[in-house]
Design a binder for this molecule. Structure first.
Ligand code: BG6
Length: 478
């Protein structure tokens, strides 16, 4: 179903995120017939591209990152006709009148700030003063949304001077991932799981976002952030909220976001003994983290694992273990709900015991596995084994894995539709910082240095110990 006609302006339109995600995502939606024929996609940046130069950049980006194999010949050319460019000086006056002249009345207007947060204020102010934005326009902002609670508050306040909360779309691309949305469908669309979804039946929950990549060319940004700010404060917290929240009355933006906020506010402060922090070391042929970021003494973590508790009726007593890192053994993100043992084994302990695990795979091969205990086939008596009930979303949809829509495709269309359900509200972001800030301050105060871990491993020894001490173990990173 096509969305309403729109003008989308992408500030930072020539940048990395635009090339890798936003523009190819728009193209895929165009191929899917969701973008109206006369929509306008306008790149805005400092360089002098001109419409033709920008179209070339977009074409290249789509070819490189778009996986547009389902598009017929000529589709890319048609899409590029929708693409324009205006040279704009974010901090000055140049280009704003021209940009204003390109926008149309009577269509949805969205402004994507694909730029560093230091420009948010200047852009927001000029959008208003040059008359580009009105009370129905939308602005889209990317992470990092602040560096800590104080800076996040300041950003919220700056945006609030020019736009209402209903106009602000704070992206956490994890919320646009198909499986993450499926998590809500699984929880609230089935009778099967929700009655068991509490500390009476759930032993613990593990959330892992493991990456094989290093910090790449982003060392400058990353070294000031670390895994806690880059991943835990946003992506892992969002996953935690969705897995732990109470059922909202309706699948509507504020109903969902109110419940997520309650989870964050119910989180206990984390005991520093319950945190493992690591940094990938050099190995024989590859440099380590410190070389990548160009600081031989860097104390920034590229890995973090922690145990936390949610103090409410549903979850009191059930630990949540969170773990994320770069340069690990495999790329795999999953949420595992580990249920308690059956209260009594009628087959005797020799038969073996297994607790059910519901594993929700975010990537790769998005899907779900439920471990079920059955009898080992054959005449050998009653021995129990664990077998997976396995479901791959792509297979279930009869599609190929690369056809599962990318997070950005979904989120950009939601902006045009005016649906904020999968975007973070200002108070949520602040509450998340209020929880992570003391952890980071504690590290700084104690001058803590992250433990080195081998590239290709599953993180530092401390992370294993965190589980081991509790008589549990991490699921394997494959
Ligand atoms: C980004 C982080 O938000 O998410 C990156 O800044 C990280 O450091 C990326 O690599 C992971 O996203 P995905 O979708 O590849 O899991």
């Amino acid at each position: 179903i096509p969305v309403d006609n729109f003008d989308l302006v992408i500030f930072g339109g020539t940048g990395d995120l635009a090339r890798r995600k936003i523009l190819p995502g728009l193209f895929r939606r165009y191929c899917a017939g969701q973008i109206p024929e006369d929509a306008q996609i306008i790149g805005a940046a400092r360089s002098d591209e001109g419409d033709e130069g920008f179209r070339k950049l977009v074409g290249d980006a789509v070819r490189e990152f778009g996986g547009g194999r389902h598009c017929e010949d000529g589709t890319l050319e048609n899409f590029l006709e929708r693409v324009k460019y205006v040279r704009v000086d974010a901090m000055g006056d140049d280009g704003w009148e021209e940009l204003q002249g390109r926008l149309r009345l009577g269509v949805v207007k969205a402004f994507y700030f694909s730029v560093g947060p230091s420009l948010f204020g200047a852009l927001a102010e000029r959008l208003r003063s040059f008359g580009l934005a009105d009370d129905d326009s939308r602005v889209v902002v990317e992470k990092p949304f602040g560096h800590d609670l104080e800076t996040a508050r300041a950003l919220n306040a700056t945006l609030a001077q020019h736009f209402k909360e209903e106009q602000i779309y704070r992206i956490d691309h994890y919320l646009g991932k198909e499986t993450v949305q499926n998590l809500m469908a699984v929880r609230f669309g089935n009778m099967l799981f929700e009655p068991l979804w509490n500390s009476q039946y759930v032993d613990h929950i593990q959330i892992t976002v493991a990456e094989t990549v290093d910090v790449g060319g982003r060392g400058g940004y990353y070294d000031k952030s670390g895994a806690m700010r880059d991943m835990v404060q946003n992506h892992l917290m969002q996953l935690l909220c969705l897995i732990a929240m109470e059922p909202p009355a309706r699948f509507e933006p504020d109903a969902v976001r109110d419940e997520k906020l309650k989870v964050i506010r119910a989180l206990d402060p984390v005991d520093y003994h319950h945190i493992a922090r690591g940094q990938y070391a050099a190995d024989d042929d590859q440099p380590g983290y410190r070389v990548h970021v160009g600081d031989p003494r860097s104390k920034t973590e590229s890995f973090v694992a922690l145990k936390c508790h949610i103090s409410n009726w549903r979850w009191a007593g059930t630990p949540f273990y969170l773990r994320t890192g770069k340069k690990l053994r495999g790329r795999g993100s999953e949420i595992a709900v580990v249920f308690k043992d059956a209260p009594h084994s009628i087959f005797g302990d020799e038969a073996g015991r297994h607790n059910n695990i519901l594993a929700i795979r975010l990537q790769p091969d998005e899907g779900m596995t439920l471990g079920v205990t059955i009898k080992e086939p054959g005449p050998g008596g009653m021995r129990l084994i664990d077998v997976p009930l396995d479901m791959s979303f792509a297979e279930a949809l009869g599609a190929e894995a690369e056809d599962v829509p990318d997070a950005y495709e979904r989120l950009i269309m939601d902006v045009i539709r005016g649906n904020q359900t999968l975007f973070m509200r200002g108070d949520e972001v602040e509450a998340a910082w209020a929880w992570t800030d003391p952890i980071i301050e504690g590290w700084n105060r104690r001058g803590e240095v992250p433990k080195p871990y081998d590239a290709g491993s599953s993180g530092p020894e401390d992370a294993l110990m965190l589980m081991h001490r509790d008589g549990r173990k991490w699921r394997e990173i494959k």
